[in-house]
Design a protein around this ligand. Structure first.
Ligand SMILES: *Cc1c(COP(=O)(O)O)cnc(C)c1O
Length: 415
């Protein structure tokens, strides 16, 4: 049961808004792009080509390839990897639908592996348990900018001739062992949609160190036309996911902001974890000691038994104190959505991937216990570079107050 509360807000003013994404640098680049008289990414030495070189250099790999969205980047990665129709691709159930779209549109089968209950990411153990002789790729998501164990996943995949694709859409600036995420997999994918760390409205960037995969990504993002003049023409079906120079102009300027944004978010996230970790019934997100988390958002969990209340009530009580938080990240694991439960991926109810595979896949029988528990007990709050340490202190105070009211033995005095 939720104990009564005196309802006095800790904050009477809202949290600072996310600072404006775009400034003079973006404006100047967009105008220069227009002055080129050519907004195609094929423009020699244009903004898209520069952004591709820049992101590759930032991540520390040889190649960058631009796409129209993060979802498109992931689809191109799956296509470039040459995953066959009916093959299986492992992904976590707590992610953006874009991760699954990339798999489904390439006629592969999404296979959900469970996450770690504290990092909310895939683990080498859960991936290993999900691998079959039909697995051709793993898409590892760095949820909320928290690096997944992609170092171990890479070894595991290499030993089995499986392609590791990193979904770093939420992980701009994140690192593992000091190395940027995106550089561990065979291919890494970033998103530039309006809500990510950096944005060009919509856009995606792919990184890879592999010359062959890079050429395939370039072909696969542009109708499989032979833009590099290698003499190979239209040997495969591929979409048009080109990024325009207008997006590239903004993206190039935005890449300059990644490190500052990531550092500030990491500092604020660490501060919040320090303040929350001693609270009874509160389970802070687990960031590996060798990892740099760029906190796209901050998500912690509660122990409903210990606090004797539901997650929804806790959220409401924290909101009453003037701190806006939400339950969970997505409402339920992806496989629980009607799309998966009914397998109506295509009109007519025929799922070509399943037909080709010659097996039946039943998502009503999929249960990732940790993922379900995480989403049932998780509280998510915005954390961004526009916030100050004092904002983080207010958040921690509000959560601490609600928690202590629930556990009077630990003292419920208002700070
Ligand atoms: C945002 C996001 C995507 C998709 O990116 P879009 O640019 O919106 O298509 C894919 N995966 C994850 C984990 C994301 O957060």
């Amino acid at each position: 049961m939720l104990k009564p509360n005196d309802n006095k807000p800790i904050r009477s003013t809202p949290m600072p808004a996310l600072p404006p994404y775009y400034g003079e640098a973006e404006r100047a680049n967009v105008l220069a792009a227009l002055d080129q008289g050519n907004l195609s990414y094929l423009h020699p030495d244009g903004f898209v080509k520069k952004a591709c070189r820049r992101v590759a250099q930032m991540v520390g790999v040889k190649h960058g390839i631009a796409t129209s969205s993060g979802t498109a980047a992931l689809h191109v990665a799956v296509g470039a990897a040459g995953v066959e129709a009916g093959a299986e691709i492992i992904l976590p159930p707590i992610t953006d639908m874009g991760t699954a779209i990339a798999i489904l549109y390439q006629n592969a089968i999404p296979v959900f592996a469970d996450v770690d209950p504290h990092s909310y990411n895939l683990t080498p153990e859960s991936v290993l348990a999900a691998i079959t002789d039909r697995t051709q790729a793993v898409i590892a998501v760095h949820l909320a900018g928290n690096p997944c164990a992609v170092d171990q996943l890479r070894d595991l995949c290499d030993a089995r001739n499986i392609t590791l694709i990193e979904d770093a859409a939420q992980a701009w600036g994140a690192k593992l062992h000091g190395k940027p995420v995106g550089s561990f997999g065979h291919i890494g994918c970033f998103s530039l949609n309006q809500f990510k760390h950096i944005s060009c409205g919509d856009g995606g960037l792919i990184v890879t160190d592999d010359d062959h995969l890079a050429a395939r990504c370039r072909n696969f993002s542009d109708k499989f036309y032979d833009r590099d003049n290698t003499g190979v023409r239209l040997t495969e079906l591929a979409p048009n996911y080109r990024m325009t120079e207008l997006q590239g102009a903004v993206a190039l300027a935005q890449l300059d902001n990644v490190n500052a944004i990531a550092e500030r978010r990491q500092m604020l996230g660490q501060l919040l974890t320090q303040q929350l970790q001693e609270l009874p019934g509160v389970i802070v997100p687990d960031v590996q000691p060798s990892a740099f988390c760029s906190f796209w958002f901050y998500m912690f969990r509660i122990n409903p038994q210990e606090l004797d209340c539901r997650c929804e009530d806790m959220v409401e009580r924290i909101n009453e104190l003037g701190i806006l938080v939400h339950k969970g990240y997505i409402p339920r694991p992806l496989y629980c959505e009607p799309l998966f439960q009914n397998k109506r991926f295509f009109p007519g109810g025929v799922w070509p991937a399943e037909l080709v595979s010659g097996r039946q896949y039943d998502y009503t029988e999929v249960h990732c216990a940790a993922a379900e528990q995480v989403l049932d007990t998780a509280i998510k709050l915005p954390l961004h570079q526009g916030m100050t340490e004092s904002d983080v202190n207010d958040i921690a105070q509000a959560i601490g107050h609600v928690v202590r009211t629930q556990t009077p033995a630990l003292g419920s005095t208002r700070p």
